[in-house]
Design a protein around this ligand. Sequence first.
Ligand SMILES: *Cc1c(COP(=O)(O)O)cnc(C)c1O
Length: 413
Amino acid sequence: MKEQARHITTELVHHSYQPPQAFAAPQPAVHKASTVIFDSVQDMRTRRWLDKSGYTYGLHGTPTTYQLEERLCSLEGGKQCLLVPSGLCAISTVALGLLSAGDEVLIPDNAYGPNKDFAEHELARWGIRHAWYNPMDVADLQARISPATKLVWLEAPGSVSMEFPDLIALVQACQARGVTTVLDNTWGAGLAFQPFDLLADGGSLAVDVSAHALTKYPSGGGDVLMGSITTVNQALHMRIKLTHMRLGIGIGANDAEAVLRALPSMALRYHAQDQSARQLAAALQRQSGVVQLLHPAFEGAPGHACWQQLCGAANQGQGAAAGIFSVVIDARFEQAAIDRFCDSLQLFKLGYSWGGPMSLVMPYDIDSMRANGRGCVQAGTVVRFCIGLEDTQDLLQDLAQAWEQAFGQAWQH
Ligand SMILES: *Cc1c(COP(=O)(O)O)cnc(C)c1O
């Protein structure tokens, strides 16, 4: 059949034009596909997606997702990576891939809340038990490990209360009992410390799995939801990968492209937000109404020595931390005053998540979030700040005006 004989509807699907080859640009191309075309039946039968030597279906990978996975491996020092549509999906996929009925998972009491909810409301229905351990007490974890314990979650630092655990000792305790470890690496993001090289000696101590909410720093825009699951052990990767495949988990090409575009500036953003956050945290610490600063890079904060050990050498010896911290405001201020403070802020917006361009604030009721008490967190109300990319002086002024308005207390410069 001659080309001209085709109808335009067919021609628009099967067009003969091919653009010239050798196009090169700073960013990789965006490949979008559910269907992937094979050259022949023979090609269809022999192409392999499991080892990433070829493409068979959009869910099983495209050049765009393969490239993002490889860059994330470099970021975190891993060897294999899986992409999922949110950080929480990274958490649930690891659990579903590695746990079976009768197993038990141990989760730190200060873990990202929805991780605990997933264990409590989903894993429990599949006959998988859970318990919360105190991440600031290695002996507590050791005592809770039983023959049924098949997975231990780690988070450094903890969510909202920001205690920095002795990650090295916790991983060693798990390895001594042959228990798989999975770190929620969203805070460290591959920049504050290396999850697969905790002793910085080339990899003699590593977590088994790193789950990362790319929604935060890798995206950096506050506009993309994505997660990753990174490993160094091929067999472990394959166990999670097959579950990931059977669950039908995939991500959108445009979202992958957004993260690929943001990755080159990630380290600059991370360290800039860190510096800004430390200035703002120091300013808040000077206020008499602040009874505790929860930022692991500050002396006196819970787990500071462990942060220093793990993250102190990063960023040319300045140490590295995400641009996120909490303060405990004196219990003598009522919730209404705390709420007024949060509402009075102009540049800090009320919202969840972090790592984006816009600074955020959120008051928390920490008692309702912890099964085993407040731990290191002193009496008072916890308010969390996530620092964006605004000018630090403008953010300082915003804190000062809201503070004076809400608490009737002069801001101490
Ligand atoms: C945000 C976050 C997640 C979940 O990421 P989503 O993409 O919002 O699902 C998981 N862990 C930590 C520590 C987070 O901050």
